[in-house]
Structures are given as C-alpha cells and as structure tokens.
Design a protein around this ligand. Sequence first.
Ligand SMILES: Nc1ncnc2c1ncn2[C@@H]1O[C@H](COP(=O)(O)OP(=O)(O)OP(=O)(O)O)[C@@H](O)[C@H]1O
Ligand SMILES: [Mg+2]
Length: 262
Amino acid sequence: MTTPEIRVQGLHKSFGDNHVLRGIDLEIAQGEVVCVIGPSGSGKSTLLRCVNLLEEPTEGQVFVGGTEVTDPDVDIDAVRRRIGMVFQQFNLFPHLSVTENLTLPQRRVLRRDKAAAERVAAENLARVGLAEKAGAYPSALSGGQQQRVAIARALAMGPEVMLFDEPTSALDPELVGDVLAVMRSLAREGMTMMVVTHEMSFAREVADRVVFMDGGVIVEQGRPEQVIGAPRHERTRHFLSRILDPAMAEVEEGVADQGGTG
Ligand SMILES: Nc1ncnc2c1ncn2[C@@H]1O[C@H](COP(=O)(O)OP(=O)(O)OP(=O)(O)O)[C@@H](O)[C@H]1O
Ligand SMILES: [Mg+2]
C-alpha cells in the first residue's frame, strides 16, 4: 500500500483538564476526500488544527506525506506549506486587493518574485471562477466570493493537502453553492481533502468517506451512503436526525426543556 497522505495515530488533545480528543486514529489516502461530521464541541476543528500544528497534540503522532509533523525537530513552516487551510472566516486583508492577498504569502513564504506570484495568483483566481475580480478589494465581494479568494490563496501555495473547517457555514444560503462547486472541482482534480462540514448533500456526493465524531472519538466511518444513509450507531442517527430535520430537533429541545417540570 502507498503511504497515506495524512496519518493520525493515537491522537489526544487536552486544554487544561478538558480532554477534547480522546484517541483518534485516521488515515487519508492521496486524492481521498474525507468529510468530518459531528456535533458542536466534538473536537472536529481541534483535529484539523492538530493536523497542521495550529494546536500541539498532547499525545500521539501526525504524519503528512510520510513526514512526522509532531516530531519536535520538524520544520513547521515547511510542513505548513504543504497543507492549505480554509476556515469559516475568510481572513482576507481588507486593505489589499484580491491579487495582493494571493501574492503576499507566496512572496513572503515561498520567496516567489512578483511576476511569478502574480502569474500563480491569476491561474488560481481562474480556477475558482474569479479571474475578473483580481483588482477588487475584499469589501466589494460577496461572502461566497471572499471564501473562493481564500481558497485560491491557499491553492496558490501549491499544497498537497487541503483542510476545510466549515467553509460555508458563515455564508448566506444562496452563496453556498458556488463555494461547494469549487471544492467539488478540486476533489475531481484529485486533491486530498479533509472537510469539516454540515453540508450533508455535499458529503454524500463528494466524500469518499464520512467520519462521524462525538466526544473526541471517531464513532463510525465509512462510505457516505452508509454513514449518512444507514448509520450503525445511535449517536450518529441522533446527530443526523437533528441535522437533516432541524424542525424535529426544535421539537426535541422543547420536550427536553419541559423535562424537569413534567
Ligand atoms: N484554544 C482552545 N482553548 C481551550 N479550549 C478549546 C480551544 N479550542 C477548542 N477548545 C475546546 O475544545 C472542545 C472542542 O472544540 P472544537 O472547536 O474542536 O469543536 P468542534 O467539533 O469543531 O465544534 P463546532 O461544531 O462548534 O465548531 C470544546 O470544548 C472547546 O471549548
Ligand atoms: Mg469547529
């Protein structure tokens, strides 16, 4: 078997006495798209942040492309260059144009000259369908366009792996589709992707595998049609019923609220 692009082994993470990740083992193959789902607070973001060392694991190992990134002697900057990350908040520089937002990290981190960085910026803006916004400022763009710029900025660094943490959850519903379309095309190009998302239809369509987390562990994982369509665990069923039918969740909460008085 070829080396997995991402390998997480026996990963634990605590914040003080809050034991958030409680032994995560996960391998992601080259070109694989893995969607991570689970309730708020289950540790999804913490897991992603441990993969690119935005958080330091308390215990366990993480490998990216065969390099142990949790090795204390590793060149963290070199590792991060191989991993693109896209957050719920786009974090674009408001005082820089779209092109400048894309060229700045290339020039600072990769030491590309201006012309080369601008060429790569233009290629990647085209890739996310925003070639015509090269000279615009972030404030002139919709949230969905800003998020596509953030994706292009990550892609311009030439990552081997892309991590997405709820990339569409800050967007108005009508803007979600364009961002998901960009992610779908990246998946088709063979990018290795780890995506925390509540977009179940995206997960069903694009993911090779869905991982359901709860309480800092992976409760179940498998093909999307299995995990989403026919979950094996009660916790997964409960989570999905709330995600797929929010009205039902409100009714449940109402029942729970009245639980003490009845
Ligand atoms: N930097 C931090 N310092 C202290 N506690 C943290 C930190 N980051 C996360 N936590 C705690 O870790 C737990 C898991 O948080 P995490 O953000 O990973 O959950 P999540 O599954 O991504 O939730 P959500 O769906 O709401 O984004 C929470 O209890 C949170 O308060
Ligand atoms: Mg999160």
